[in-house]
Design a binder for this molecule. Structure first.
Ligand SMILES: [Zn+2]
Ligand SMILES: [Zn+2]
Length: 415
């Protein structure tokens, strides 16, 4: 017989871990709801060209890591590697982009990248992200960073801090890109093979290279702050003021660029002390809506890597106490069939095993499941119109009348 295993890079989230995911998901959705965000659900499958156009066809995500294939009609399809492109596509397609107001949207779901699997990094991974569309004021950038900081605090992430930078408007970005190109052109021999190509296709991405040789040269590379236009300087200053007044811990990293083409002006990443990878990242993307065929609408957002958060935080479930039902004999079993569903209708958690015959085996199973109480019904109990409730912690038993068992089991849950 063949053994089936997970496909490389994929992972299961087992029942014991799910409560932690629920907890994080609840903190995320409740927090962004307070800030006025509404959920949007887009498909996992999109046209491949959507990601080429938005993230950039030269980016690692699109050139190396995308899960792309042809469907049965020969359409070029891709599994989404990130959420922003899909949200912007839906924003335009649905007509939301024609309303002249700010939209605050959030999304949650699996993303796919054919990346090298490492601890906490998978080829199917979950992202929670927000997109604020239609706001160009730097205070919007500040607000999303403050919201992300609030999330980090609510999740009790130890010592979170932000790296922030600006990439400038398209004109500043273009100028900076030229300067970076000149700078690295003189050092081309020392660059990794990927970066050699990046010099012509996307010079700014050299600043994001993980190769240690490239990294060294990046630290001496020119910074954008020296050549920003007045508007871009002003934008970054106001953004800083907003996060300062809200006590967000941050450092400026003038070489922070992010690996996606669509960012303009503010970019940021959320870190914790002692961790190499960012927990969340985002920025402003003022040209993307137009680039994807919509009107000229500025936007800013971020995405959180769920697996990173799951690995980082401690969460011990205060499991809800529940009952186990042990019925012995045919008559008791039938009576039990009605009782168990009455209790469930009342919202009381209770389980049983219909195949077990003996009390001993029932009690063993009740123990394994972790039930707090075991309800026992046998022929004697039926005759007396009673049930026995055994406290699995103390071993104490009490008799409860079958005329009043719903209220009595509810009382037990309160103590
Ligand atoms: Zn500018
Ligand atoms: Zn490199």
């Amino acid at each position: 017989m063949e053994n089936y295993l997970r496909v490389r890079g994929m992972h299961d989230i087992l029942p014991g871990e799910v409560s932690k995911w629920y907890f994080i998901e609840r903190v995320l959705t409740e927090t962004v709801n307070i800030y006025g965000y509404k959920e949007i659900r887009t498909p996992i499958v999109e046209s491949r060209s959507l990601f080429e156009r938005s993230i950039g066809s030269e980016s690692d995500i699109v050139s190396k890591e995308i899960y792309a294939f042809k469907d049965r009609k020969g359409r070029d399809i891709a599994l989404r590697p990130e959420g922003t492109a899909s949200v912007v596509r839906a924003f335009i397609e649905s007509g939301m982009s024609t309303e002249k107001r700010v939209f605050r949207l959030y999304y949650y779901g699996p993303m796919f990248r054919y990346d090298r699997p490492q601890k906490g990094r998978y080829r199917q991974f979950y992202q929670f992200g927000v997109e604020l569309l239609g706001g160009k004021d730097p205070f919007f950038d500040g607000e999303v960073v403050v919201m992300l900081h609030t999330i980090a605090k609510k999740l009790k992430i130890p010592k979170p801090y932000f790296l922030v930078n600006t990439l400038g408007c398209p004109q500043c970005k273009e100028r900076y890109s030229g300067i970076i190109k000149d700078y690295f052109s003189k050092k081309v021999d020392h660059l990794c093979n990927d970066c050699k190509k990046r010099i012509t296709s996307a010079p700014l991405r050299i600043l994001d290279c993980k190769n240690s040789g490239c990294k060294k040269m990046v630290s001496d590379a020119p910074v954008i702050s020296d050549l920003l236009c007045n508007d871009c300087q002003e934008h970054f200053k106001k953004f800083e003021e907003y996060i300062k007044v809200n006590n967000v811990p941050y450092k400026i990293d003038f070489h922070l660029v992010r690996g996606l083409d669509y960012y303009t002006r503010t970019v940021f990443e959320l870190y914790v002390e002692g961790e190499e990878n960012a927990l969340a990242a985002g920025g402003r993307y003022d040209t993307l809506v137009q680039q994807l065929g919509g009107p000229d609408i500025p936007a800013v957002g971020f995405a959180i890597g769920m697996e990173r958060i799951v690995n980082l935080i401690e969460y011990n479930t205060p499991a809800k106490p529940f009952f186990y039902l042990a019925c012995i004999g045919e008559i008791a079993k039938l009576k039990g069939a009605a009782i168990i569903n009455k209790l469930r209708e009342e919202g009381i958690i209770i389980e049983t095993d219909y195949e077990i015959e003996s009390l001993r085996a029932h009690l063993k199973t009740a123990n394994k499941t972790g039930a707090r109480w075991c309800i026992i019904i046998g022929e004697d109990e039926i005759k007396k119109n009673e049930m026995i409730v055994k406290d699995m912690l103390t071993g104490k038993q009490l008799d409860i009348s079958l005329d009043d068992y719903i209220n009595k089991t509810k009382e037990l849950l309160k103590c």
